[in-house]
Design a binder for this molecule. Structure first.
Ligand SMILES: O=C(O)CCC(=O)C(=O)O
Ligand SMILES: [Fe+2]
Length: 222
């Protein structure tokens, strides 16, 4: 008799790696539904919900180091950096390390690191149109967003809008922040925004980075 073993499904559907690489090459962005394992989304969502309830998240700002400022008129989320403190975080980060390998093998990007934070957008919050890589963050190469919300009513807002890299006024995709959905795009060229949300909105934003030094200082994380 063969004992049945409860296998953990892959955190990220491996088929998505191929579609993701193709889409990045062709258009600079990728969106896939049912890409992240739903049980993992649930566990991550519980963790973030718990942190939000206990008021232990940090208000997100813009800029880094001394240039870091709170700007609620630009972004209204509260964050917590992933640090492998739970099994769910480890699974997510391990899946991103695998994705990093796929990206490096297919595209020779020389990605060497990944950083990610939970993001909680309370009702009314948004994130204005922006690029993820700019002076001070020049080493962010590829952005990822994993969505954790178990269901998302069509009138709840909170979609991420992706704009055309050459004509930033042209909308090319609207991403519903539903659990399982995974988005990925070139950090330096793809403008995007989070529309005002009517409901608490949970996601994990992350970046694959290349090493870079700024003004002679070896680039610090975050
Ligand atoms: O949560 C999202 O849909 C995108 C968030 C974002 O653009 C960011 O954190 O830089
Ligand atoms: Fe962004």
């Amino acid at each position: 008799m063969i004992a049945s073993v409860a296998l953990t499904p892959p955190a990220i559907n491996p088929i998505a790696h191929i579609a993701l690489v193709d889409a990045l090459v062709e258009q600079g962005w990728y969106v896939g539904n049912n890409v992240i394992d739903l049980e993992l989304c649930q566990a991550l969502h519980r963790e973030l919900h718990h942190m939000a309830e206990h008021d232990v998240l940090d208000e997100a700002g813009i800029g880094r180091g001394k240039e870091h400022h709170l700007r609620k008129d630009i972004r209204g989320d509260a964050i917590h950096w992933l640090d492998r403190e739970s099994e769910a975080q480890r699974r997510y980060l391990d899946a991103m390390a695998e994705l990093q390998q796929s990206l490096n093998q297919a595209l020779f990007l020389g990605l060497f690191e990944y950083e990610a934070h939970f993001a909680h957008y309370p009702p009314g919050a948004f994130y204005q149109r922006h690029l993820d890589s700019f002076r001070g963050r020049a080493n962010r190469v590829i952005s990822t967003v994993g969505y954790l919300n178990p269901q998302w009513p069509t009138d709840a807002g909170g979609e991420m809008v992706i704009y055309h890299p050459d004509t930033p006024s042209q909308e090319v995709a609207r991403v519903v922040p539903e659990a399982g959905t995974f988005a990925c795009f070139l950090s330096e060229t793809i403008p995007h925004e989070v529309l005002p949300t009517q409901q608490p909105r949970a996601s994990i934003a992350g970046w694959f980075r290349r090493n870079a030094s700024l003004d002679g200082v070896l680039d610090p994380a975050r």
